[in-house]
Structure formats: structure tokens, C-alpha cells
Ligand binder design. Structure first.
Ligand SMILES: [Zn+2]
Length: 337
């Protein structure tokens, strides 16, 4: 169920700006949210539209998860600096799509615990998070030719910086997504396998036939100078690639990675203190120990090794030093080129 049902009631979300007019507009998506401290209150999600004339539309979203910062850094900055005369067509910028989660610095919403990227296509009569998903899916994605949704690892994961596309049933659409990923020009480009694709913005946008790019640019609940710079450069080059900004795509060197199967992932079977034997970006061979997790309740207990199931590089790792049962410890990706 990636696409919205055709017979849903209208969204309660009201944009405070005209999404169709030329020029620069800064405003909000106002989402009514009645609560103890504000009887007729609203959640105000920042939105910026920069448009000039006929041309393609790009939808750029950050903070789908509230503790991932490269997207918001690049997109608040883009909204401050992009001028209509730079644009052919339209750029719709939502720098903090799950604004309640972003404000709280948490992956999920403090209002309803909603994980926005598991809530698509959403519901107009659901929770606050479901209402955000529904508005984006039914009012914004249909306007867009290309959608860029920024992610990084948040507080519990860290990644080598990559932009990503998914394997899609339509080869032409997959090729268009991969060309857009390559234009983004992150140090790595990934053909990404999702643990659970149900409810993701990715799936909804792809089901509408659009060109979609996602990213994982770092993590640990912050952004580095390097990963913020990758985000800034990537969004500009993607807009050039889409024909919305003038200029030439920089064509930075990128290495394609693949996640061919679920063997990429290592999940913790027991909790404890994690000691990595390999750092992000380093090569591993099948059978190599990536990390050991030691019980912390007593001394003398042997740590449990977690091994690579295939040759590749360490593409993602658990971030905090303590691991719980079920946590994703590591992701190994194959190098394609
Ligand atoms: Zn995320």
C-alpha cells in the first residue's frame, strides 16, 4: 500500500503560502493540533518555495527523522540563498519535514511516537505524523518530478556518506534514479536494500513513477563539516541535473556500492559493550570479525564475535558504545566499481 487510497477525506493541513506562484515564499504547513497547552493550536512546519516560469519541480526534504542534520543544514541554507532568477521551474523545500521530531532532536515524533518514514502514505484522519505523511504524499509529491529525501544515521547509527537508489521494477525509472544519485556525487553511491520498505516515503514516491534519491550521509546525532559539505554540493548538483539550476554537474568521483541481500546486515543477539575491529569505509573479507560484543554484568565472560558474511566495506555501524539485543551492529556493502 505505497499509494494513497483514492477516496480519502481532504487533508487538514493548510499551506500559508501559495505553492504555485513565482518568486520566493517562506511560510508553513499549518497542521491543526488541539492539545492541553493550545486548544486551537497547530504544528507549524517550515516550507519554502522558489519558482520561476515553466520547468520541472524538485521536492527537497530534511529531518524525515528528527535527529539527522545534514539535510536541515543544507536545506535551511538553500532556502536562505536560492533566488528565483537562479531557477527554471520550482524548488519546494521542507528542511524539517517531521518538525516536532526535529525540534525535540529525536528520530520519532514526541507527540505520537510516529516514525514519519514508516507512516507513508499516511492518513488525513490519523495521528499528527500520519497527517504529515498524507499531506506530503497527496499534495506535494504529485507536484514533483524529482524528490530528494535526506537521511543520515541519527543517534544510533553512523554511515559512510552515500546517496542511494533502490532496485525498481521499471528499469527506465531505476536508471533515472541512479543517474540522479550519480549527479548528487556523494563519495559513495548505493543500490540500497531496505530492511523494511513498508511505509517509507521512498516507496510512495517510487510508486508514483518519480525520480527519487535518498541519502545516508553520516550519523551519531550530529553532522560533520565534511558531511554537511557533501549535502550542500549534492543538492545543488541534483538541481542542475534536473534542469532547474543552470551550470554543469561537478561529477565528483563516487564509488558504487551494492547491498545484494539481507546478509549485509549484522544484528545483535545479545546486548553489551561493542568493540569494533573495523572502522567505516575499511575493507572486510567474508568471515572477518567486524565487532565483538561483551556482556557487561560480570567479568570473565567471553565476547560474542560478529562476522562479515561477504567481502566488501563496512558501510554502517551502530553508534553508541552499548548495544541492545536486536540492534543493527553493522552493514557490509559490496564495492562495484
Ligand atoms: Zn533517517
Amino acid at each position: 500500500m505505497a499509494l494513497p487510497a483514492p477516496d480519502l477525506p481532504p487533508s487538514p493541513v493548510v499551506p500559508t503560502i501559495d505553492l504555485a506562484a513565482d518568486g520566493v515564499r517562506h511560510g508553513h504547513l499549518r497542521l491543526p493540533y488541539s492539545r492541553d497547552d493550545s486548544a486551537w493550536g497547530s504544528v507549524m512546519i517550515p516550507i519554502c518555495v522558489v519558482a520561476d516560469g515553466e520547468g520541472p519541480t524538485a521536492l527537497l526534504t530534511g529531518a524525515n527523522h528528527g535527529d539527522e542534520y545534514e539535510g536541515p543544514i543544507a536545506l535551511y541554507e538553500l532556502a536562505r540563498t536560492l533566488r528565483p532568477q537562479d531557477v527554471t521551474g520550482r524548488v519546494i523545500i521542507l528542511p524539517a519535514m517531521n518538525f516536532p521530531a526535529f525540534e525535540a532532536g529525536t528520530r520519532t515524533s514526541p507527540i505520537d511516537k510516529g516514525n514519519l518514514n514508516r507512516a507513508f502514505p499516511g492518513r488525513p484522519d490519523g495521528t499528527v505524523t500520519q497527517k504529515i505523511a498524507d499531506y506530503v504524499a497527496r499534495a506535494l509529491v504529485p507536484l514533483a518530478d524529482v524528490v530528494l529525501d535526506f537521511h543520515s544515521g541519527g543517534r544510533t547509527l553512523d554511515f559512510v556518506p552515500f546517496a542511494a537508489a533502490h532496485r525498481l521494477p521499471d528499469p527506465a525509472q531505476e536508471a533515472a534514479c541512479k543517474a540522479a544519485v550519480e549527479a548528487f556525487g556523494a563519495p559513495y553511491s548505493m543500490t540500497m536494500l531496505e530492511i523494511d520498505a513498508v511505509g517509507m516515503l521512498d516507496t510512495t514516491v517510487e510508486a508514483m513513477g518519480k525520480t527519487f534519491v535518498t541519502t545516508e550521509l553520516g550519523g551519531g546525532g550530529t553532522a560533520s563539516a565534511r558531511t554537511a559539505a557533501i549535502a550542500r554540493a549534492g543538492v545543488r548538483d541534483l538541481l542542475i541535473h534536473a534542469g532547474i539550476l543552470r551550470g554543469a554537474v561537478a561529477r565528483r568521483e563516487t564509488r558504487w556500492l551494492d547491498m545484494p541481500s539481507g546478509d549485509c546486515f549484522a544484528f545483535a543477539e545479545e546486548g553489551g559493550l561493542v568493540a569494533f575491529r573495523v572502522d567505516l569505509g575499511e575493507a572486510v573479507r567474508a568471515g572477518d570479525v567486524i565487532a565483538e560484543i561483551a556482556p557487561i554484568g560480570r567479568t570473565g565472560a567471553a565476547p560474542r564475535p560478529y562476522r562479515a558474511a561477504m567481502d566488501g566495506i563496512l558501510a554502517a555501524r551502530h553508534f553508541p558504545g552499548l548495544v541492545k539485543p536486536g540492534d543493527c551492529v553493522a552493514v557490509v556493502a559490496q564495492i562495484l566499481g
